[in-house]
Design a binder for this molecule. Sequence first.
Ligand code: ASP
Length: 437
Amino acid sequence: MGIKVAKFGGSSVADGIQLTKTKHIIQSDPDRRYIVVSAPGKRFDGDNKITDLLYLCKTHMEHNLPYDQVFQVVTDRFMAVKLNLGVEVDLQEHFDKIKEQLKKGCSADYIASRGEYLNAVLVAAFLGYDFVDAEGLIQFDNKGRLMQEATDEALRTELSKHERAVIPGFYGTNAEDGKVRTFSRGGSDITGSLVARAVGADMYENWTDVSGFLMADPRIVRDPKPIHKISYKELRELSYMGASVLHEDAIYPARIADIPINIKNTNHPEDPGTIITAEYDATSTNVVTGIAGSKDFTVIAIYKNMMSSERGFVRRILAILEDMDINFEHLPSGIDTISVVVSNSSLDGRLDELLETFDRQLNPDHMETFEDIALIATVGHGMSSRSGVSATLFTALADANVNIRMIDQGSSEMNIIVGVKNSDFNKAIKAIYDAFA
Ligand code: ASP
């Protein structure tokens, strides 16, 4: 028998109806032995996620406002699910404990984690699986960094004692003070990946409400083709640019253990979804695997005669960025020019300060700034071995009347990044998609 770890996201566990679908999925394959759950998410547009409501309790507490009503909404939802599923669990006992902690002024991490905790208790009872708490197993250091190896060891030891188990996603423990600590939002994906590594799974299934990744954002391109297979590296290039189906930190644990990740749709389990693997799909005839981008970057072009022979020029640029705590995205350069591409959020209103500092410390001949730039990544292993790919891409953009402000191609040749005006963003993505899809 193989082992599959299946993680179900908020919409897959939002209510009794969704949980019944989830149970069918789990029972249809005996390999699905370790289940990781999120807290119940939205049931319909305008509904609240349990995690958001729990954070709201904490915000009320901080402002000395009564939080009972908000907490009541949370407990009512869990009680309704319990009734719908017909499981025997004493939820009241758990609610009382949480209320006690709230009275004592518990941390935001603790209260936020209770959505996953309560849900895992319920789902374990519904499936007849063991409940294994993530507390004490998933460990963080004092700075909130995940302790990968200690976590792997602890999960491995504990889960080997359970044939089948449900584990709450999203949180673990600060190993120094023993308090509950969460990942960033969407972090149950990471829990699933850690569990998959620890139990040596053959497959990590991530069940959500879409049938995997699409070649482009469906809000921009009509009916984009699905991506059936993508490599970890390609996904990394795309997720960095804004794809949001899977938490990006969820890739690493599965990747080092060489476990494929399958993104699946709880509402359409028959759809193949997307498989993420170490190798790229050599059988694919697609040149481009996906296109993704995001808006709101600034490009600062710095010109200086004989720049290329001036020692330490780039180091000084990087030192200035480091001092001001600004991340750069790209640094394309020419013989006497270099462009610094930074996101507006990282710039945080300090463009003038940055320009003044460049002027003072670099003594450039001239600088030019392009604000409101969008970056678009066109990604695919298939691009690396083919000639004419950039010609196709640039012709498509020229035909669509899109002016390219910046170009950067990684040396792996599997991605080409272009900078265009924010206002050309959608047009550019459509043009690239039509040229390659
Ligand atoms: N419930 C948490 C959130 O809403 C974590 C997760 O669902 O992955 O962010």
